[in-house]
Design a binder for this molecule. Structure first.
Ligand SMILES: [Zn+2]
Length: 464
């Protein structure tokens, strides 16, 4: 299995450079990086034989881990009107009371599920900065450390993004009482980023985030960017998710959110625009020209009634695209890719919308997968990613005996995983040369379940 501290793996087929390669030897060193990947070679003596087609791990580029505790808890109509804003008020109930210990348990369960869903790195858009009592005097790193501990326990890679959050809306000078624990100005955000980096935890990096244009005054945005200078860490921002937010921005800044952002700041490849649902062609062109990426969260955007993005235009513009599971109503990469395409089919009454229109026989799943593979790495600030030497030794093994894949020709394994898999078809997941998921579940799932159940019971009380 190993020689000189190396991990030697062999796969019947692996997705390399956008296509299936066969009989692939994959070798990782002691530090957990790929040192050799070679196709068309028999399994070396002592190699671990991977039990199915191998994909690179994907990045989940947008997560609020605490919202895992709320998934499924807002699916009953409580009033005449039910939309994103009423959902948000109910979500604040959990946001306001979750403790560091509960967050750790919930995030651990979540990260184990994300791994089993094919994600090996997660970008945490983290705004629960202060104590659940609302006290601003507690340890400002406690909630960050809860997330970092969950990453360490599950093995997932983590890009932690402390969030700038200062006001309730464009016309509001401060936060609502239930938003007090979100409060962080530019200096606080930079201090949290530096605090995460100083801990030097393996597979953990840090960038920054801006909650939204409505939640941060222009002067604070400028302070944060001045403080960042040329720091290479990613900069994420929620933008143009809701039509009402676009209207409020037009009213207060006399421009649409993406239009305003692209005009006022020198966007570059560090910037990741989360959702960017309501973008006009000129805004898409401006983002594409800047090199900034867009993070799409299909199952959450559907759940919250956000609307549908102009996917064909984003794809044609060459914008780096990535996936996020955001509120965690969905936690698998295949489901997000399927929703991304199906939303477009439903509204356009066409098929294979995301396939390259200039290529006959172009595969929808392959084009989307390649785009989010590269875009996710950019969103997480990882310069080398995927099945290539020098990248972290992550991989996902599909189960060839899962109902969606059983009997399928090898050429169509990716198509079937995305579009014909009603049941989870991930068999194993490896991160940095270590197997973390086996037979479709995290190898420590049993140990993670009890603290998660206890956290849910204490969050929701005995009526559950
Ligand atoms: Zn979000």
């Amino acid at each position: 299995m190993t020689g000189g501290g190396d991990t030697m793996l062999w796969a019947p087929q692996a997705w390399i450079d956008g296509q299936w390669a066969h009989a692939v030897r994959l070798q990782a060193d002691r530090s957990g990086q790929w040192t050799a990947i070679e196709a068309g070679t028999p399994a070396p003596a002592g190699a671990t034989l991977l039990p199915g087609p191998v994909l690179p791990g994907l990045v989940d580029a947008h997560s609020h881990a605490f919202q895992r505790a709320f998934a499924g808890m807002a699916e009953r109509r409580e009033g005449e009107h039910d939309d994103f804003w009423s959902w948000r008020d109910r979500m604040y109930g959990v946001a306001g009371r979750i403790t560091p210990g509960q967050l750790r348990a919930v995030a651990t369960q979540l990260y184990a599920e994300l791994l089993a869903g094919g994600f090996t790195q997660v970008c945490e858009f983290h705004y629960l900065h202060h104590e659940h009592t609302g006290s601003l005097r507690g340890d400002p790193m406690a909630m960050c450390q809860a997330l970092m501990q969950a990453a360490a326990d599950t093995g997932i890679g983590l890009t932690l993004l402390p969030v700038l959050y200062e006001r309730a809306g464009f016309d509001s000078p401060g936060l609502r009482p239930e938003q007090q624990r979100f409060q962080a100005d530019a200096a606080a955000v930079l201090a949290l980023r530096d605090g995460v980096r100083a801990l030097g935890q393996t597979r953990v990096s840090a960038g920054v985030a801006i909650h939204s244009l409505r939640a941060a005054p222009v002067a604070s945005l400028r302070d944060l960017l001045a403080g960042l200078g040329s720091d290479p860490g990613p900069i994420h921002i929620h933008i143009a998710e809701q039509a009402a937010e676009v209207q409020a921005c037009e009213q207060h800044l006399q421009a649409r959110p993406i239009e305003w952002l692209a005009r006022e700041f020198a966007l570059d490849a560090r910037w990741q625009l989360v959702h960017a649902t309501h973008a006009k062609p000129g805004e898409i062109e401006a983002v594409a020209a800047s090199g900034a990426g867009v993070v799409l969260c299909p199952s959450t955007e559907a759940n919250l009634g956000d609307g549908l993005c102009d996917l064909p235009r984003w794809l044609a513009a060459g914008t780096p695209l990535s996936l996020g599971t955001d509120s965690h109503v969905g936690r698998g990469a295949a489901e997000e890719l399927r929703w991304l395409e199906y939303g477009q089919r439903l509204i356009r009454r066409e098929r294979n919308v995301a396939a390259d229109p200039s290529r006959a026989g172009g595969a929808t799943a392959a084009r989307l997968f390649e785009r989010v593979l590269a875009g996710g790495a950019a969103a997480a600030g990882l310069p080398r990613w995927g099945l290539r030497t020098g990248a972290r030794a992550d991989l996902v093994v599909l189960d060839p005996e899962a109902p969606g894949l059983l009997g399928m020709p090898a050429t169509h394994a990716l198509d079937a995983w995305v579009f014909a898999g009603n049941s989870p078809a991930v068999s194993e997941v490896w991160v940095a040369g270590q197997r973390r998921v086996a037979r479709g579940v995290h190898v420590q799932q049993a140990a993670f379940a009890a603290p998660y159940v206890a956290a849910m019971a204490s969050l929701y009380g005995p009526q559950m």
